[in-house]
Design a protein around this ligand. Structure first.
Ligand SMILES: Cc1ncc(COP(=O)(O)O)c(C=O)c1O
Length: 406
């Protein structure tokens, strides 16, 4: 260790591209819902690495899974298959609507695959005129050019030259706006069952059911992007199960790997057969290490104990946030589902979510924004009640400082 190069936050500005603006300290260690920085300062983690660390940091079962797999087989490529990928696929299929699975490495890649599959399916089944993709304003589907164009936030998609075409945007939770755009030329509608980056806004029951009905009417596929809402976060393995509305293709990533990069799409036999040999691929997708970790995460997350525990924890979070709001009057609403919750700034504090995050870091708490107006919480699905208690003591102090204008 003695000859290890010394690096710190300043190194970032020296050698990394400036597309991120990381916090001023560098985390070096994590355990459960606790993280420590280079100076040994401790933080409570209510952000979960942007809704990724579903079992907190360094969960012993995930550590064991990666250690065991790392001594067996790291990578063989998709020229071969491998046991962890096959086991994980079998478990996902057994617990969802899906018959078939494709693995990749990230959420964007999963949505890229979902959109390509939808276009190919429509082309082969109905002809080339059926190519329109409809997405929703404020949605987020990743940063590849296809997915960022689907996302429809100009700040992310403009300035890179000509965009992939035949992508239109309706208004989330406004069925009439979708009805005005959809036709028999629509190949797919892609939506998050709850907007994550776009403000932690759940779809209304009537909206999500109406979207399904419109897709059925026009033979359009319904893609649920469950990259953020999936794998337990809503209190169900996937959030579509909470609504009782089944998609045709579902994308999953983030929590699936519990902190190890993996993504995937789930679909039916009928649709999946159109991603035939040679149509799509990725070198690392379904990598044995990633799948071994995801399988271990699946075995823990997909249990009544963990899924039911999310409801209890959601209640704790909501109670604490309401108590803080009674004290400081800063939020207009607490929204979300399970352990993906958003505290929406009231009029007096409009646009100040970022200040709450900065103040939280100072108090030793990691949380997130979801746009300028929402403080987002996406903690470990098994965060300990005493860590919730301690985290909110810190958040209380952070809110007090923002309100006092310190
Ligand atoms: C709903 C949703 N889809 C897709 C993505 C992109 O995932 P990734 O960053 O793994 O490519 C995200 C990431 O925040 C997301 O929240």
């Amino acid at each position: 260790m003695s000859n290890m190069l010394h690096v710190n936050r300043a190194t970032f500005d020296e050698v990394m591209l400036p597309n991120y603006a990381p916090q001023s300290v560098v985390p070096v260690k994590g355990d459960g819902s606790h993280v420590w920085d280079q100076d040994g300062r401790e933080y409570i983690d209510f952000s979960g690495g942007i809704a990724v660390n579903c079992l907190g940091h360094c969960h012993p079962a995930l550590v064991q899974a990666i250690q065991e797999q790392s001594q067996k087989l790291w990578h063989v490529s998709n020229v071969w298959t491998n046991e962890p990928a096959l086991r994980l696929a079998k478990k996902l299929v057994a617990s969802t609507f899906a018959d078939k699975v494709f693995f990749c490495n990230s959420g964007a890649e999963a949505n890229e695959a979902a959109l390509k599959l939808a276009r190919r399916y429509a082309l082969e089944k109905y002809g080339e005129q059926k190519n329109q993709i409809i997405s929703f304003n404020q949605s987020f589907h990743g940063r590849t050019f296809f997915t960022v164009t689907a996302g429809g936030q100009a700040a992310y998609s403009d300035g890179f030259g000509p965009k992939p075409s035949a992508i239109d945007h309706a208004t989330y939770n406004d069925l009439a706006s979708l009805e005005a755009l959809i036709s028999d030329n629509t190949c797919a509608v892609i939506m998050e069952p709850m907007l994550g980056e776009g403000g932690v806004t759940p779809a209304t029951d009537a909206f999500i059911k109406g979207v399904r009905a419109l897709c059925d009417k026009h033979n359009a596929l319904l893609i649920f992007d469950e990259v953020q809402t999936g794998f337990g976060r809503s209190g169900h393995l996937y959030m579509y199960q909470a609504y009782g509305v089944t998609p045709d293709i579902l994308s999953t990533a983030k929590s699936l790997g519990g902190g190890f990069p993996i993504g995937g799409i789930l679909t039916t036999d009928e649709i999946g057969q159109h991603l035939k040999f040679g149509t799509h691929g990725t070198t690392y997708g379904g990598n044995p290490l990633a799948c071994a970790v995801a399988e271990a995460a699946f075995d823990i997350v997909n249990t009544a104990e963990v899924l039911q525990g999310i409801e209890t924890r959601e209640r704790l979070f909501r109670d604490k946030l309401q108590q803080i709001n009674q004290k400081y009057d800063v939020f207009s609403e607490i929204r979300g589902k399970g352990l993906l919750l958003g505290a929406v700034m009231n009029q007096a504090h409009e646009g100040r979510a970022k200040e709450f995050i900065a103040a939280s870091v100072e108090q030793g708490l990691m949380c997130l924004v979801a746009g300028p107006n929402v403080v987002r919480f996406a903690p470990s699905l098994i965060v300990e009640p005493q860590d919730i208690e301690e985290g909110f003591l810190r958040f209380d102090k952070a809110v007090a400082r923002v309100v006092a204008g310190d």
